[in-house]
Write a protein that binds this ligand. Structure first.
Ligand SMILES: Cc1ncc(COP(=O)(O)O)c(C=O)c1O
Length: 410
């Protein structure tokens, strides 16, 4: 008789997947994927060939002789890149390479929010936020304090009030998590003044800052404010980054930059015998000569796709859709009229092959049920156009808005 695993699986586990994966939806506006046409496949293949011919035999040992922090030439490349793009001063010993930045996030949470902690930890996060972080925080036994985000990033006046309230209750947060440069999902970039205010408050209340810079290179203007890590002089910023959005998410290469007193702890928690070395090696080989030109071209392509998306939204939704055009990134955070339940919309649209993220999955509280997050990097322009047209039709059928599309009454 077949063994029934459900009898040994704990009821507190997340709900299992109903069935094996059966492919991407036709109109795929979720998942934070990259632009396939921008992927430098030939140059990556050359880099891979070169590095394998030169150093392939080092794959015979765990960590390819670079130790558990990851392939040393990639860490050395990152030291230069982070200086050039984010004004950060660090050295290879401050960097831990991880299997995607999600592994970095998990390691940091394991270190700062230990499961067997005697007191229930509190973290401060931006109210609208990356779904992957929110699901992680929800699964931990912790308190979350939300701070609103506006066009200048996290509202630090609100942060000041919340920190004072927490202090009055004797609570010291485990960290302040922020996505300062191209925030997910709003796309905003935190101003330098807000960055300074955030650091000042973190120093005053003696709290670490957890800076997630997943999208920081995808800024159309080509320049960005310094990273919080660069502005802070007290070594309290934990900086997390990724090659997912600049090169390819399936490579699964991310990193943490922090003071050794934290990196050393993360290393003892990262007991996976090392992240995949070949992808780290080919990234070091490829990025050293080509990253800057690749990034400039990628940003042009992404900006064009954003234009395709906003043209389609303006035509199909008209004044029913409100958004702030982001200065970079791969997604648009769109507000729909009162009465539109975007959780229902996402579910109905999903059945017709249009996948969008409903606001509640990308938000801790607030009126997020009127928002959807639309990722535009991966679908081709024709698919973006068709998908938005179909989404507007479904929205009209379910909620009676938008009444006008493409200048025609529906
Ligand atoms: C803000 C943010 N942080 C981290 C990640 C995780 O990225 P990865 O694990 O691919 O590096 C994502 C992915 O979309 C993200 O949006």
């Amino acid at each position: 008789m077949k063994f029934d695993f459900s009898q040994v699986l704990d009821a507190t586990l997340p709900a299992p997947q109903a069935q094996p994966w059966n492919g991407f939806p036709t109109y795929n506006f979720v998942g934070g994927h990259n632009d396939a046409g921008s992927l430098p496949v030939d140059k990556i293949a050359d880099a891979c060939h070169r590095i394998l011919m030169r150093e392939g035999a080092t794959l015979a040992t765990y960590s390819v002789e670079s130790g558990p922090q990851g392939y040393l030439p990639l860490r050395e490349y990152l030291v230069k890149k982070l200086d050039k793009y984010a004004a950060m001063q660090c050295n290879p010993d401050n960097i831990l390479l991880t299997s995607g930045s999600l592994q970095a996030i998990d390691l940091i949470n394991s270190a700062l929010l230990p499961a067997n902690s005697s007191t229930r930890p509190t973290v401060i996060v931006e109210e609208s936020n990356y779904g992957g972080v929110l699901t992680r925080l929800r699964s931990l036994n912790i308190d979350r304090v939300a701070i609103s985000v506006d066009n200048d990033g996290m509202q630090t006046d609100q942060l000041a009030t919340k920190l004072a309230d927490l202090k009055a209750k004797g609570v010291k947060p485990a960290y302040i998590y922020t996505i300062p440069t191209v925030h997910n999902p709003t796309g905003t970039i935190m101003s330098v003044q807000r960055r300074q205010h955030l650091i000042d408050l973190a120093v005053e209340y003696d709290v670490p800052i957890f800076e997630d810079e997943c999208y920081a290179d995808l800024v159309w203007a080509g320049t960005r404010p310094p990273a919080l890590y660069a502005m802070d002089s007290t070594a309290r910023v934990i900086h997390v980054g990724s090659f997912s959005k600049t090169i390819a998410p399936a490579l699964r290469v991310g990193y943490v930059v922090a003071d050794w007193s934290l990196i050393g702890q993360l290393l003892s928690l990262k007991n996976d015998a090392g992240s995949g070395a070949l992808e780290q090696m080919l990234l070091a080989e490829y990025c050293t000569g080509h990253f800057d030109t690749h990034l400039a071209a990628l940003n042009v392509n992404l900006q064009q796709k954003l234009a395709t998306l906003t043209t389609a939204i303006d035509r199909e939704f008209g004044t029913s859709a409100e958004y702030i055009r982001p200065p970079g990134g791969i997604f648009l955070w769109v507000k729909l009229p009162d009465g539109v339940d975007t959780t229902v919309l996402a579910e109905r649209a999903g059945k017709e092959g249009v996948a969008v993220n409903p606001g509640v999955e990308w938000s801790l509280e607030g009126d997020s049920n009127r928002y959807i997050r639309i990722c535009f990097a991966n679908p081709e322009p024709g698919i973006i156009d068709e998908g938005i047209t179909l989404l507007a039709q479904i929205c009209f059928r379910e909620f009676g808005v938008p009444e006008v599309g493409g200048n025609l009454l529906r």
